[in-house]
Design a protein around this ligand. Sequence first.
Ligand SMILES: [Mn+2]
Length: 306
Amino acid sequence: MSTTGTDRRYTLLGAPFDGAATLGWPGSRYAPARIRQAMSWILQRRENGQIYCLDHAALHPFPEDLLTDGGDVHTVAHDLEATLAAAADGVRDTLAGGRLPVLLGGDDSLLFPAARGLAEAGAGSVAVIHLDAHLDLLDRSEQQGTHSHSSGMRRASELPAVDVSASVQLASRHFNFPSSLAYRADRGLRNIPAAEIHRRGADPVADDVIAHVSGADRVLLAFDIDCIDPAHAPGAGAHEPGGLTSFQAISLVQRLAPHVDAMVLTEVNPLTDLHDQTANLAAYLVAHFVVHGGVTGSNTEEAGEF
Ligand SMILES: [Mn+2]
């Protein structure tokens, strides 16, 4: 079970790389800069080490060092392997320094190094909570190779430390390869499609997920922005209708955050975005992740009556 407590602190790492976006639209290399810019709008609401969360009528601690910017990892545009290694090193080193990484892609090939970095940070098992319209379980193909943005979850699930039966995929929809179904069944990888989240609601699903991953020692939240409906997140690598609303996505992140040890947020694409709508949503997802995961002791009474 991941730790919760009062002293969790986060470091933002950018990975401005979309060289493995072998299908869909490239452009996520521009996301870290745009998400950081959107983040500054949110952070200016801090006062005296606190922020007021209107969703729960609560004051939350937000000390200066709750979220710091560790800069970009050393991506190498022509070298996928070097880029993935740099991202994994960044995640592992951040954890070794006692902080929790928030890795901003970049395309979804970065799921794999995020899982690897979390696995390498210590002994024990890792569960992955994977929010994505797609399964990303492709083994290999001529066009996409073995480590594209369609194979991140497949490669992560092959890491010895990853407990596949404690992992879960959320918000998938439409059609995928029958071989991916066979792989899921073979490995015991759970799937909660978007349709089920729409039926059951985000909070009951989040509670279910928290119970499902509770057997693992550490938990990765792998968030492909295309888990959200293109109406809410047009700046993505692909458009898959029927996705989560921005509210459902924020609700899931708020509830899951205390149980998560690292986050990777991928596929935000400023080149298909509309007035930075998706970069802004991504910044809010990160802000809710660190506010709700980083510190306990929020004071609802102090804020609740006004
Ligand atoms: Mn996807």
